[in-house]
Write a protein that binds this ligand. Structure first.
Ligand SMILES: C[S@@+](CC[C@H](N)C(=O)[O-])C[C@H]1O[C@@H](n2cnc3c(N)ncnc32)[C@H](O)[C@@H]1O
Length: 264
């Protein structure tokens, strides 16, 4: 970890959309440093938002430092906790232990929390759940903890799959993870619930593929949608999918959709 990208004055508004773009660009950690937002990369990359300045940083392990600072977070019926913390649970709460390593998905990011919130509100008992873009595995493991009959995650990034599998083992979870880009033709059967925390453009491209892996009356939850792109994703919704609910946290939106009975 020897390369940091600093955005002066960008921190007072939190990570926000800039943080999301930095994670998408491959940042291994995004942290506030005074008023600045700093993203840490293994190597400099060109595909980053404008306005940042590259710095070389010394051999301190920023990723470890970042995760050492993580605290447990409570979302719906779950408490997501890094293994170095102890937790106290309220009645009805369950703990999901998570060491995100190099993968996205600590449970702290708005995009993850929005999906977890919705998952706490929909019937998951006995459901078959697919998590597209599994990252740390947090959503598939949550589905398993919340009673899903089967929870499968897929991610394009092999390193991330190793982290997700380790987290599943940590929680004695039955969630299973496969490496690859989501392709409806490769998916085994159809699902009651599909969650995808990707980016808006990916949702637009994948909308008809999502519909193909959903059973009639199934729920689709889309997250990772920044303010100015929510209309774009909603415009891409078409039969047999219907928009049921939209909710926001800061600049981030999540959409809940349903698949109608018939084909299409
Ligand atoms: C924002 S992270 C979400 C992680 C976790 N699900 C969460 O909610 O915190 C998005 C993940 O999607 C993966 N990804 C992006 N495009 C994908 C695709 N087409 N198919 C499968 N995984 C994809 C990335 O590698 C990354 O791990």
């Amino acid at each position: 970890m020897r390369h940091a990208l600093r955005y002066p004055g960008a921190a007072p508004h939190g990570e926000g959309a800039l943080g999301g773009e930095l994670w998408d660009a491959g940042a291994r950690a995004v942290a506030e440093d005074g008023d600045d937002l700093v993203a840490y990369f293994e190597a400099p990359t060109r595909s980053v938002p404008e306005g940042g300045t590259w710095e070389r940083v010394d051999d301190r392990d920023y990723v470890s430092e970042y995760f050492a600072g993580l605290v447990a977070v409570s979302v719906g019926p779950l408490v997501i906790a890094p293994t170095h913390r102890s937790v106290t649970l309220d009645a009805g709460q369950r703990v999901l232990w998570l060491d995100p390593g190099m993968a996205f998905g600590t449970g702290h990011h708005e995009t993850t929390r929005l999906v977890l919130e919705i998952m706490g509100e929909i019937p998951l008992a006995g459901a078959r759940v697919l998590d597209i873009g599994a990252g740390s595995g947090v959503l598939a493991i949550a589905a398993d903890l919340l009673g899903a009959a089967e929870a499968n995650g897929i991610d394009i990034d092999a390193d991330t799959i190793a982290v997700a599998r380790a987290n599943a083992a940590l929680n004695r979870s039955r969630a299973r993870f496969t490496c690859g880009a989501f392709d409806a033709a490769e998916v085994d059967g159809t699902y009651d619930v599909v969650v995808a925390n990707l980016i808006a453009e990916a949702h637009v491209d994948l909308m008809s593929s999502y519909a193909r892996v959903l059973r009639p009356h199934a729920v689709l939850v889309l997250s990772g949608i920044v303010d100015e792109r929510v209309d774009m994703v909603e415009d891409a919704v078409q039969a047999p999918l219907t928009l049921i609910d939209r909710r926001r946290d800061g600049v981030w939106w999540a959409l809940r959709l349903a698949r109608s009975e018939g084909g299409g």
